[in-house]
Design a protein around this ligand. Structure first.
Ligand code: SF4
Length: 367
């Protein structure tokens, strides 16, 4: 996809890295390039009408000064978590979903940061694998950024796939709302790379997922990477309760299964719309006419505003039911929900986060 950039900043010490060179070559006719001593400076918010939007168009190629790999920041003892590890290779995103938590999470540092020393993450992964030689881990890059936005320019996926293809117990998950899969189709994942798409009904895409690929294009991209040897998974997150939601989520699932046989899907996840009061205020300020943000929400005991529980569970059940009725057991989990909610949706208590993480990471494992 062709995202707009106003400027690219490259840290002086990183100018000769392969990543900086690739980006400089790719953007030379699209945006001015400036060298800076410290990338953290242009990454900061600039006073103005919408510094978050401006940050999305200001790419900063810089060293990451803190660890790359961590437990999922959404994890909590309150929730039945999925044991996901996050590898932060970039921060912020050129797309602009009205509900995106980054509007609050990176408000002070909204520049689109890409970390040129990303290969240091591989050493962290080696240490994790060494400490727990019997375990499998699922590691995703799509938490503070979309995994594939700008991949045509950065070529990062090629280097990640080459690394993970050689690691039996480490599974990479590339999570995206794009159809930017060109580099994936040229690589051999050896069954150790998952590509997952977040899916919403067409109406949510039109009102709220700005500059993302349409849902049908995401599903078609999934079909193509599946044929190229990748595992595929889908996230229905955030599920939003709007007037036609019940019918339209069911239709989305029907379309998905027409294109991709359910038994080919590695797993799915479901999560509800959830916003801290600060995020909801920021989102409504930026998107005052977005109908998906205007419903009444209940302040839950985790401090987030959520859809009224019976309504949200009804939508979760519609999605889970569609998978159950498909006739094969596709693993599913809930994101940022309590074990009691998991039980009401799936009819059984969730396994421990480590067990779920292990199962999702393993090739073709069913549970
Ligand atoms: S694609 Fe993901 S990271 Fe990008 S704006 Fe949308 S929700 Fe945020």
């Amino acid at each position: 996809m062709n995202f707009e950039l106003d400027a690219v900043f490259i840290e002086d010490s990183e100018r000769e890295t392969a990543l900086a060179r690739r980006i400089a070559a790719a953007v030379q006719d699209r945006a001015p390039i400036e060298n800076v001593a410290d990338g953290r400076v242009p990454a900061r918010a600039i006073a103005g009408a919408d510094s978050f939007s401006a940050g999305k168009r200001r790419m900063v190629v810089m060293r990451r000064r803190t660890p790359f790999v961590m437990s999922c920041p959404a994890g909590s003892a309150r929730f039945a978590c999925c044991g996901y590890l996050v590898m932060v290779l970039a921060s912020n995103c050129p797309m602009d979903c009205s509900y995106c938590f980054l509007q609050e999470f990176v408000a002070d540092n909204p520049g689109f940061q890409i970390y040129s020393n990303f290969a240091d993450a591989f050493e962290e992964l080696e240490r994790i694998a060494h400490r727990a030689p019997d375990r499998h881990f699922r590691i995703g890059t799509g938490e503070l950024a979309d995994s594939l936005a700008f991949d045509t320019m950065t070529g990062l996926s090629r280097e990640l796939i080459a690394y993970f293809a050689e690691r039996e117990k480490l599974t990479l998950e590339l999570k995206t709302k794009t159809d930017e899969i060109g580099n994936l189709l040229d690589s051999d994942p050896r069954g150790r790379v998952l590509v997952s798409w977040t899916l919403s009904p067409e109406k949510v895409w039109r009102t709220s997922e700005h500059r993302t690929a349409p849902p049908a294009a995401r599903i078609d991209a999934a079909r193509r990477v599946l044929e190229a040897g990748y595992r595929v998974a889908f996230h229905f997150d955030p599920v939003i309760a709007y007037v036609d939601a019940e019918r339209e989520y069911a239709e989305l699932l029907d379309h998905l299964f027409e294109v991709i046989a359910p038994e080919k899907i590695a797993f799915f996840s479901i999560g509800g719309l959830r916003m801290t009061p600060g995020l909801r205020a920021a989102a409504r300020r930026r998107w005052p006419r977005d109908p998906m943000l205007l419903d009444e929400h209940v302040l839950a005991d985790d401090g987030r505003l959520r859809t009224f529980t019976p309504l949200r569970l009804k939508l979760y059940r519609i999605i889970a039911d569609r998978f159950e009725r498909a006739g094969v057991k596709v693993p599913g989990y809930l994101c940022m929900e309590a074990a009691s909610v998991h039980e009401r949706v799936f009819g059984a208590a969730p396994a421990s986060p480590a067990t779920i993480g292990e199962r999702l990471a393993r090739e073709r494992e069913r549970f």
